[in-house]
Design a binder for this molecule. Sequence first.
Ligand code: ZN
Length: 415
Amino acid sequence: MYKPELEMEPRDRRLERKWAAVRSLLDSAAERSREFKSRLARAGIKAREVRSFADFAHIPPLRKREIIELQAEHGPQWLLGCGLGELRRVYQSPGPIFDPEGAGHDYWGWTEGFWAAGFRPGDLVQMTFSYHLTPAGLMLEEPLREIGCAVIPAGPGNTEVQIELMTRLPVTGFVGMASYLKVIGHKAVQAGFDLRRDFHLRTAFVAAEKLTEALRSEVEQAFGMTVRQGYGTADVGAIAYECGELGGMHVTSRCWVEVCDPETGLPLPAGEVGEVVVTPFTADYPLIRLATGDLSFFKTEPCACGRTSVKLGGVLGRADDTAKVKGQFIYPSQAVEVMAAFPAIKAWQLAVSNPGGRDALTARLAVDRDLDQEAFVRAFQKRLKLRPAVELLAPGDLAPDSPRLVDLRSFQDAG
Ligand SMILES: [Zn+2]
């Protein structure tokens, strides 16, 4: 392990350490970040009166959309805990959003995750994320330098050159998107290479897309290598990462992570699906309770790897892609499985309405043949715990790219 004293520390001691880090961040942010000062003032909270994680949970989350708006209105320095010129780098990501990189050792906090993925001193690693404007390339190069790996800053694209590098040099590591590694493999095979004999890949760290188990095992088997993923954002860096045992992603030691009800912003018990809310311990850019918009849940059972941190059970979808119906969150990602079991359904949409002030859920199904509606409703209710009304449509009546969830409720009329 990279930092065994942190990664294997008893859970109660970790809570104390993380509380101390959050407490000190609150003090510095309340003094220096104009964004945080005004957020506290609006909520009527005094930083010094936040004495526990329970108090902390009442600080309203900061949404990504708000970062974009505040930066546009006041400039990026509005959210900083230091001067703009004291930062190490400033990136710009689509949004547009400025992503400041503060000073300090292992600023984005990925080293723990890269070690867990299997990178070791002496590895030669090809970096296929971009180095231009967006933080990905430099952000994910830092942990490799930290561990003692050599890096080939290949950047994205130019697949023939990527293949040439990987086959002429003993490249043991890959960082990028798993789907891109698959493309590299396909092109190399077409060009007559043998992925196991002519390549030396042993470890990949992948991010920035949903990694299905099918894609993971396809790439692992093709190259004879290990593929592990990390979860983070361009604002905060590392949030969680996979270990050798898989079964979720360990929360890193460098931030406080909550899984919250997307409506109230309050933490949910382990096992319940909610929005990931993260507070990285980075005083230069103090994003306190940043609501990521990603849906996940905590897994608290011990992991065989020896790390004692809780795990996030993967990213299940986006919080803006959900609605609470009759007090219950529904996630279109859960409906996908139900729909797939009925081949007659060619396209679908869930519509939430509230006739007479009462929530109602309708499954709008474009079918090309008879559908056993009773069996559908049963399967739907079993998976999503709600009984939908069914509206049958002809195949052309619903575009395949229609939103999977539409909320037609009018709260003015609600009784
Ligand atoms: Zn583990």
